[in-house]
Design a protein around this ligand. Structure first.
Ligand code: PMP
Length: 458
C-alpha cells in the first residue's frame, strides 16, 4: 500500500530514467531534507547518500554558506541574462575563476544550465567552427560505447547506451561510437592494459580512416565513464588516443560533468588521466548541485572562429534564457571559494586510498566480478559466474534488486545497465562514513545473494 504522498506522486509525475511500469507498484522514495552526507525521507529515516545525488552534491547537504550566497543574490538581482552584451558580476567573477582553474589553455567560458546543454553547445560549436574554417565536411563526431553525454537529440546521439537510442530514432547521422575502454569486459585473454589501449587506439585510427579524416571533427570522452558503470580507462589509453587524434586534426572534448571539481582528486579528471582536451564541459559539482549550472571552456582557435562568424553573420546565434543565471553563478562562486579554502580537492585525494581500499575488498564477494574506481568514484559489476564473467539475465534485474536492498539498509547507490552499481559520495565524506557506506553495500550484496539462491537464478 502506497503512502498518501507516494500515491499522489504516482498519479501526477513522470520520473526520468525510471521503469514507468514497475514504478506504479513500488512508488517513489520521497526525500525531505539533508545534512552532511545524509538525507532523510518523509518518515524521518536517514540514508547515506552514496551517489552525491546524481554525482553532484560534492559539498554535501545543508551547506549554509551556499544557501546564504543564493539568498543574497536572490535579494539583490534574482535574474539577469547575458544576451546582447548584457552582464552581471557573478558571471564575470565565475568565468575568471574558471579560466584560472582550467587544466588547458582557455580563452573564454560559455555558461549553460546543464551538462546536456553544455555538450550540445560543444557539438554545435564544432560544426560552426568548421564552417568558419572553410571545411564544411569535417562534422562527424566520435564518442564511445557506454559513454554518457546527455539527453538532447545531439547529446543522446553522443551517448553510447542502448536505452538512449532504442526506439528514440537515435543516434542521428554523423555520430559514431568507438569501443568502450573497459579492460575487464573488452580485453582479449592475457591482453595487458597497455596492449588493450594500443589496440583501441589502432581501432580508432582505422575508424577515422574509414570515415575519411576530413569528415571527422571531434572525439568526446569522459575521463572516467560515469553512467556507463564507473569505468576507469586502461593504462596508457588517453596518450594512445591523443596521438591518433593529433595525427588527423580531430579535436578532443573532455566531458568533465562528473569528474570536474575534485572527483578524481584533481580539479579536473583530465589532469588525473593525462588528457589534453581542446575544450571541456562541466556542470554538477560546480554548484555542488545546489542550483543548475553548466558550461564549456572555449580555446583560442574556437574563439577566433566564432569571432569570424560574428563578422560574417552579424552575431552569435546561440544561448538560453538561463545561460549564466546570476543566482546559480553566485552559488558556484561560493562553492569554488569553499573548495579552495577547505582544500576539498586535496582532501578528496587524501581520502581516495581509503575509499578505493574499501571498494576493492568487495571484489572478494561471490557476486562481484569486478570492483573498480579512481579517486572518489567507484563501481562494481555483478556476475553470475566469476571465472567466465557470465551475467544474470537482464530481466532478473539483479543490480536493481541489490540497490533496493541497499536502500533498505539506509544507503543510496545507483544501478546502471549491465548489472553495475555506482558509488560516488559527497567529497566531504568522513573516513568512518566511508566504512559505513561499504558495510551497508556488503550487506546489500549478501541479501542479494540470498535472494538469488531463493529464486534459483542462474
Ligand atoms: N555528461 C556526463 C558525463 C554526465 O554524467 C551527465 C549526467 N549524468 C551529463 C553529461 C548530462 O548532464 P545533465 O543531466 O545535467 O544534462
Amino acid at each position: 500500500m502506497l503512502s498518501n504522498i507516494a500515491a499522489r506522486d504516482v498519479e501526477t509525475l513522470i520520473h526520468p530514467y525510471t521503469n514507468l511500469a514497475t514504478f506504479r507498484d513500488t512508488g517513489p522514495l520521497v526525500l525531505e531534507r539533508g545534512h552532511g552526507v545524509w538525507v532523510y525521507d518523509t518518515d524521518g529515516r536517514p540514508y547515506l547518500e552514496g551517489m552525491a545525488g546524481l554525482w553532484c552534491t560534492a559539498l554535501g547537504y545543508g551547506n549554509e554558506e551556499l544557501v546564504e550566497a543564493a539568498a543574497e543574490q536572490m535579494g539583490r538581482l534574482p535574474f539577469a541574462h547575458l544576451f546582447s552584451g548584457r552582464s552581471h558580476d557573478p558571471a564575470i567573477e565565475l568565468a575568471e575563476t574558471l579560466k584560472e582553474l582550467m587544466p588547458v589553455p582557455t580563452s573564454k567560458i560559455f555558461f549553460t544550465s546543464s551538462g546536456s546543454e553544455a555538450n550540445d553547445a560543444q557539438v554545435k560549436l564544432l560544426w560552426y567552427m568548421n564552417n568558419a574554417l572553410g571545411r564544411p565536411r569535417k562534422k562527424k563526431i566520435i564518442a564511445r560505447k557506454k559513454g554518457y553525454h546527455g539527453v538532447t537529440v545531439a547529446t543522446a546521439s553522443l551517448t553510447g547506451l542502448p536505452a538512449n537510442h532504442a526506439d528514440w530514432d537515435l543516434p542521428i547521422d554523423g555520430f559514431l561510437h568507438a569501443a568502450c575502454p573497459h579492460h575487464y569486459r573488452g580485453a582479449e585473454p592475457g591482453e595487458s592494459e597497455e596492449a588493450f589501449s594500443q589496440r583501441l587506439a589502432a581501432e580508432l585510427e582505422a575508424q577515422i580512416l574509414a570515415e575519411d579524416p576530413d569528415t571527422v571533427a571531434a572525439f568526446f570522452a569522459e575521463p572516467v565513464m560515469g553512467a556507463g558503470g564507473a569505468i576507469v580507462p586502461p593504462a596508457g589509453y588517453f596518450a594512445a588516443i591523443q596521438a591518433v587524434l593529433d595525427r588527423y586534426d580531430v579535436r578532443l572534448v573532455a566531458d568533465e560533468v562528473i569528474c570536474g571539481f575534485g572527483r578524481l582528486g584533481t580539479w579536473f579528471g583530465s589532469e588525473a588521466l593525462g588528457m589534453r582536451p581542446d575544450t571541456l564541459s562541466f556542470a554538477k559539482a560546480l554548484t555542488s548541485g545546489y542550483l543548475p549550472l553548466g558550461g564549456i571552456s572555449i580555446d583560442e582557435p574556437l574563439y577566433r572562429a566564432m569571432l569570424d562568424e560574428s563578422v560574417k553573420l552579424g552575431g552569435f546565434g546561440h544561448g538560453t534564457t538561463y545561460s549564466g543565471h546570476p543566482v546559480a553563478c553566485a552559488v558556484a562562486n561560493r562553492a569554488l571559494h569553499i573548495y579552495r579554502r577547505d582544500r576539498i580537492v586535496e582532501r578528496a585525494a587524501e581520502r581516495a586510498p581509503h575509499f578505493q581500499a574499501a571498494l576493492a575488498r568487495l571484489a572478494d564477494h561471490p557476486l562481484v566480478g569486478e570492483a573498480r574506481g579512481l579517486g572518489m568514484i567507484g563501481g562494481i559489476e555483478i556476475v553470475a559466474d566469476k571465472p567466465s564473467k557470465r551475467q544474470f539475465e537482464p530481466k532478473a534485474a539483479v543490480a536493481a534488486r541489490c540497490v533496493a536492498f541497499a536502500q533498505d539498509e539506509g544507503l543510496i547507490v545507483r544501478f546502471l545497465a549491465g548489472d553495475r552499481i555506482a558509488v560516488c559520495p559527497p567529497l566531504v565524506i568522513e573516513p568512518d562514513e566511508i566504512d559505513t557506506l561499504f558495510e551497508r553495500l556488503a550487506r546489500a550484496l549478501d541479501r542479494t545473494a540470498a535472494w538469488i539462491a531463493q529464486e534459483r537464478l542462474e
